[in-house]
Structure formats: structure tokens, C-alpha cells
Design a protein around this ligand. Structure first.
Ligand code: PLP
Length: 430
């Protein structure tokens, strides 16, 4: 076993990390698990077995194997997230699909006049771009009014989030308006912080918000999920980000009793009308193997000390350690305190790099990839009035079991070289 690995595997486990991730490009320091996740070799092999089962005898697979396999996955997820009933768990392609299911349901409530024109939907300013667009496509077009909750960055405490959310709830209810939906991230993507989701859901309940959808795309394997404690109506998480499934598969939890029978998969097939979980289990002929490998993923996780919780805990500790190493080396600071980090952390980049736009951030990311073989997303933060030498660029680093200290050292050295060479984004954007 590679001794450079950051203690993710203890002597009590038998996972050969190097072998499990031998398909990763060895020339690249991959510190961006957050975007696309990872899939170990043993899970890819399991996926191929599922694909072969289908190709060997598609009829038998369709009639005998597929539904029971997806049901097994739903049971496993139900236990992992503490849902009450397996019917509350549907397996879908990804978080974007889950959002489409929830939001098209909301749209129907506008069309059947349960909701009125101008009723409000809240979403965090730091929400994922595709989900914001979904909200506009479904809810704004149906006559809903979308309010974005502004959030400061860098963040110092949960209190800042709670205060902004409180103000948005008040604004949403001005002049007797009704807030029909709140979309709340569990872990925001960019900039990445853990949101005090349980507290915000409770605030929604107290304010009479009709429905709450938690976008936990990064959730499972990254932060603790207890859907009963969180208390939202809907919660989705990708399984291909932090849960080692191949792309792509997600679950959508829909709390029982919340008009679940009115929820439908956007792709309509033979199972239409048989409940969302069953509708989702057949949306036409396609590859269902990512949905079938969850038992094998559970077996993979059980080989790590502490299982999924152990992996999650060590990833958090290591990403914080690496983030602190980087800010110390560059004389900058973290975008959020350690307790607000998940398995991802925002690391301030030296101001002398002069990142002044989203375009600069993307170009720096490209340069890090092409000249230094470092794969890491960069966030541009607009300076506030009165900021002196503001940090305008933050890197979102991730830690997953395959990462080594060398990955982060390479990133540190790449940035140091750019700084020492007098590189600035303004020069390089010309
Ligand atoms: C917070 C958040 N929501 C939704 C998504 C969409 O996930 P997918 O592209 O797998 O549907 C992402 C993807 O990174 C995300 O970070």
C-alpha cells in the first residue's frame, strides 16, 4: 500500500487504494472529487457484471432481476438516511433529475391554482447554477416569484447564514405573500460550505413555508444525513459524488404524506401512475447498472475502519489539515472555519494573482491543469467596498480516500511558482 496515502485506511482494513484507483491518470493531482466523484475498480467490475447480466438475457433481467435489485438499493439507502419507509426513497439518475421531479410538482400546483401567481420560492444565492435555472424554468415560468437569499463569503459562522435566511423569509412574506417552496443546499457547491440545514428547515416550518427541498447533491458519504431529523419534504443526494457509485445515480427522498402520489418522473414510461419509486425504476430501455451496485459499494465501504462514517470523518479531517497547510504556505485564509467544511474546503489564493473575474478564475484553473497537472476548481469572489488587499480567488479542494499529501504539495508549489514568476491573471488574460 502506498504510504503517502493520508491514513484513510488503517491496519484493520484491506483496501488496496492504489489498486482500486489505478485507472486514475497518474500524472494528475486530482483534488476535485466534488465535481464528479470517483469509482473504485472493484465497483466498476461489479457494474460490468450487472451489465453482462442484462446483455446475456435482457428479458430475464427485465422480468426477474431489475426491480428486486433496485428495491435492495432503496432499502439500503432508506437505512443509511433514516427514512421511515422504503416507499419514501426513489432512485433516479442525478440530483438535476430529482430537482425536475420536485419542481414540476410545484409547477402543477400553480397550474391547478393551489398556488397563486406571485407566490414565492426561496433559494440560496450560492445554490448550484443548474438548480437555479431549473427553478426559473419550472417555477418562474408558472408565475412564481423567486427570491435569492444572499450569503456572505467568506463565512465566519452559521449565524450569518441564519440571519440572512431570516431576512429572506420576512421579505418573502411581505404584503401577505405566501412562500410555497424553499430550496436549501446541504453542502453548497461553489463556494463550498456546509449549511445548517436542520435549523433552516425549522425556520421554514415556523414561517409556514409549504414545502422544503434540500439539495444534498454532495450529501451522502460527505456529511451526516438523517432525513427525519432534517425534517424537509424532499431530500436528494447523488451517489456518484462521495459514495463511490459509477455515474450516474442519485436518490430522492419524499416524505410520506406530502402528496407523494402527485409526484412524477419527468420521463414517462409504462410505470406512470404507480408511485414515484416504481415510475423511476423503469424510464425506458437504458443502462440501470449504476443503480444496482449499491450492495457492492456497501461491501467496499465496510472494508474501511468505521465504514462510511470513518471515511467521511477522515476526509473532513484531512481536507481541513491540507487547507490549513496551504493557507499557511500562501499567507492567506480559509473561506469558512473548519466546522463549516465538509470533505471540501475553500482555500484563499494569494491576492497578487489578481483574479478579477469568473473568466480569470476559469483561466487559472485551466493553467493549473495544463501546466501543472493539478485539477482544482477556482472561485472568484467579488471584493466588497472597503476591502484592503482582498482575497478574490479561492480554490475548492476536496479530499477522498485516493488523495495523497503529494497532491496538495503539488498544488502549493504550482501556486508558489506562479507567484514567484510574477504571474498575474491580468497578464495572462491578454
Ligand atoms: C449542489 C449541487 N446540486 C446539484 C448538482 C447537480 O448534480 P448532477 O449534475 O449530478 O445532477 C451539483 C453538482 O455538482 C451540485 O453541486
Amino acid at each position: 500500500m502506498d504510504t503517502h496515502h493520508l491514513d484513510n485506511v488503517t491496519t484493520t482494513t484491506s483496501v488496496d487504494i492504489t489498486s482500486e484507483f489505478r485507472h486514475h491518470d497518474p500524472t494528475t493531482a486530482r483534488i476535485n472529487n466534488g465535481s464528479f466523484g470517483c469509482c473504485p475498480a472493484s465497483i466498476m467490475a461489479a457494474q460490468q457484471k450487472w451489465q453482462m447480466k442484462f446483455l446475456k438475457n435482457p428479458d430475464r433481467f427485465y422480468f426477474n432481476t431489475l426491480k428486486p435489485s433496485i428495491l435492495t438499493t432503496r432499502h439500503l439507502i432508506k437505512s443509511l438516511v433514516n427514512a421511515d419507509h422504503v416507499d419514501e426513497i426513489s432512485i433516479v439518475d442525478n440530483a438535476t433529475t430529482a430537482a425536475a421531479i420536485v419542481l414540476s410538482h410545484v409547477t402543477c400546483s400553480f397550474f391547478n391554482t393551489t398556488f397563486k401567481q406571485g407566490d414565492v420560492a426561496l433559494i440560496l444565492h450560492h445554490a448550484y447554477g443548474a438548480i437555479k435555472k431549473s427553478l426559473n424554468a419550472y417555477v418562474s415560468r408558472a408565475g412564481g416569484h423567486v427570491i435569492e437569499v444572499p450569503l456572505p463569503f467568506p463565512l465566519k459562522s452559521n449565524e450569518e447564514i441564519v440571519n440572512e435566511f431570516k431576512k429572506a423569509l420576512e421579505m418573502g412574506r411581505l404584503n401577505g405573500r405566501k412562500i410555497r417552496l424553499a430550496v436549501i443546499d446541504h453542502v453548497t457547491s461553489m463556494p463550498s460550505v456546509v449549511i445548517p440545514v436542520k435549523e433552516l428547515v425549522q425556520m421554514c416550518r415556523n414561517a409556514g413555508v409549504d414545502q422544503v427541498f434540500v439539495d444534498g447533491a454532495h450529501g451522502i458519504g460527505c456529511v451526516d444525513i438523517d432525513v427525519k431529523q432534517i425534517g424537509a419534504d424532499f431530500y436528494t443526494s447523488n451517489l456518484h459524488k462521495w459514495f463511490f457509485c459509477p455515474p450516474s445515480v442519485a436518490f430522492l427522498y419524499c416524505r410520506k404524506g406530502d402528496n407523494v402520489s402527485e409526484l412524477h418522473h419527468p420521463v414517462v414510461s409504462h410505470e406512470y401512475g404507480n408511485g414515484l419509486a416504481i415510475e423511476s425504476s423503469w424510464i425506458g430501455t437504458r443502462d440501470y447498472s449504476p443503480q444496482c451496485v449499491v450492495p457492492e459499494v456497501m461491501e467496499f465501504l465496510s472494508r474501511f475502519e468505521g465504514g462510511i462514517d470513518g471515511v467521511k470523518k477522515r476526509n473532513h479531517e484531512k481536507v481541513v489539515e491540507m487547507a490549513q497547510m496551504l493557507v499557511k504556505a500562501w499567507g492567506t485564509s480559509l473561506g469558512a472555519p473548519p466546522q463549516m467544511c465538509s470533505s471540501m474546503a475553500m482555500v484563499g489564493l494569494p491576492p497578487c494573482l489578481m483574479i478579477t473575474s469568473d473568466c480569470d478564475a476559469l483561466m487559472l484553473r485551466t493553467r493549473l491543469r495544463e501546466c501543472f497537472q493539478v485539477e482544482v476548481p477556482i472561485y472568484y469572489r467579488e471584493p466588497m467596498e472597503g476591502d484592503v488587499h482582498p482575497i478574490t480567488g479561492y480554490a475548492r479542494i476536496s479530499h477522498q480516500v485516493y488523495n495523497t499529501i503529494d497532491d496538495y504539495s503539488r498544488f502549493r508549489d504550482a501556486v508558489n511558482k506562479l507567484v514567484n514568476d510574477g504571474f498575474t491573471c491580468s497578464v495572462f488574460s491578454k
